[in-house]
Design a binder for this molecule. Structure first.
Ligand code: NAP
Length: 335
């Protein structure tokens, strides 16, 4: 018998599926929200009897989670991971900002009104809430848990390159404001990952196009000898550590009311390329050489995230293991 039932929104996602694996391995039961029955049935085949799903379509509508929570009075922990992770859309407000912000507000309102037994809520925010993109990518940037990017809603609604960032800033702010205003029965924690790398929860999901951040590693793996190495760099974390952080955020009382950064270190596309070339003899000759010294990120400034590291209390997976495990999965999945 499981000790606790955890509700997780956006159960199909890269982060969510890895979090479900972590939850089930620790003996929790899980109820996941999905956007269609078909997606729910697919997840059931992956996760088995301790996983149930509920279909919640249109979480930007008020009361979207009411029915699901009424159906599952056993839920005492709520993890909100669902959010549009998209950049190329026609209507930034409709497709990115509103679902992220209203989706968060509606989820918390439903928990407050219909699940008073829920004592812990964790919202997946992002390291992009800490400052603008060039700061967060800069090797000299020293992030800490108190920073907020001062983007405006208007900037987010007009500029495709800022819309996602603004959606995360205003969604996380909406969550903290909700708690401040409504004084619900639950405590809130937020998780702030930078680029999330690492394996998909199932090899099956590693076929074809992956989600945006997982694609960074896959894109380097797919390069051919004559390709230019992409100029992508910044902070990263392994998805398995993000999953663990979501669990510790509701298990550890020290996490109540805290923003928790999950930062492993920095990468450059060339770092990823060097690791693949050094560890996969069969891929070495198919890949470009690039400029190996560009992969050295050892001069980067460490983030000032000790408060988060103390709450989490585990060693983060490094870039080498992230890349090796990811590439091994890509090889298995694409056989
Ligand atoms: P993902 O694989 O694209 O998953 C996104 C999830 O959100 C999916 O379950 C998706 O459902 C759901 N979703 C998207 N738009 C929705 C909408 N309008 N209504 C309802 N559900 C919607 O992305 P991910 O990387 O796992 O992201 C999970 C969370 O982590 C997000 O909050 C994201 O902002 C945050 N995050 C991610 C990264 C990263 O590098 N990946 C970094 C920092 C923070 P469908 O499957 O039905 O589309």
């Amino acid at each position: 018998m499981s000790k606790t039932t955890v509700f997780i929104t956006g159960a199909t996602g890269f982060v969510a599926q890895n979090t479900i694996v972590e939850l089930l391995s620790r003996g929790y039961s899980v109820v996941g929200s999905v956007r269609s029955e078909e997606k729910g049935e697919m997840l059931k085949t992956y996760f088995g009897d301790n996983f149930q799903y509920v279909v919640v379509a249109g979480f930007e509508n008020k009361g979207a989670f009411d029915v699901a929570l009424k159906q599952h009075p056993e839920v005492t922990v709520f993890l909100h991971t669902a959010s549009p992770v998209s950049f190329g859309t026609e209507d930034l407000e409709r497709d990115v900002l509103i679902p992220a912000i209203e989706g968060t507000r509606n989820a918390l309102q439903s928990v407050h009104e219909h699940a008073p037994q829920v004592k812990r809520v964790v919202v997946t925010s992002s390291a992009v809430t800490l400052s603008n993109f060039s700061d967060v990518s800069d090797p000299k940037f020293k992030a800490n848990e108190d920073l907020w990017y001062g983007v405006t809603y208007e900037e987010g609604s007009k500029n495709p390159s800022i819309a996602y960032t603004a959606s995360k800033v205003f969604a996380e702010k909406a969550a903290w404001e909700f708690v401040e205003t409504n004084k619900p029965n639950f405590s809130l924690s937020t998780i702030l990952p930078p680029y999330v790398f690492g394996p998909q929860a199932q090899d099956e999901s590693a076929k074809g196009q992956l989600n945006i951040s997982a694609e960074f590693v896959a894109a380097v793996y797919r390069l051919s000898k004559i390709d230019k190495v992409p100029e992508v760099f910044g902070p990263f974390v392994d998805v398995r550590d993000v999953a663990k952080a979501h669990v510790i955020a509701f298990e550890n009382d020290e996490a109540k009311g805290k923003r928790i950064i999950t930062y492993s270190g920095r990468f450059h596309s060339q770092t990823i390329l060097n690791i693949i070339r050094d560890n996969f003899a069969d891929l070495r000759d198919k890949l470009p050489v690039g400029i190996p010294s560009n992969g050295d990120v050892s001069e980067s400034v460490a983030w000032d995230d000790q408060k988060s590291k103390k709450i989490l209390g585990f060693e983060f997976i490094d870039i080498e293991k992230t890349v090796i495990d990811t590439v091994n999965q890509l090889i298995r999945a694409n056989k």
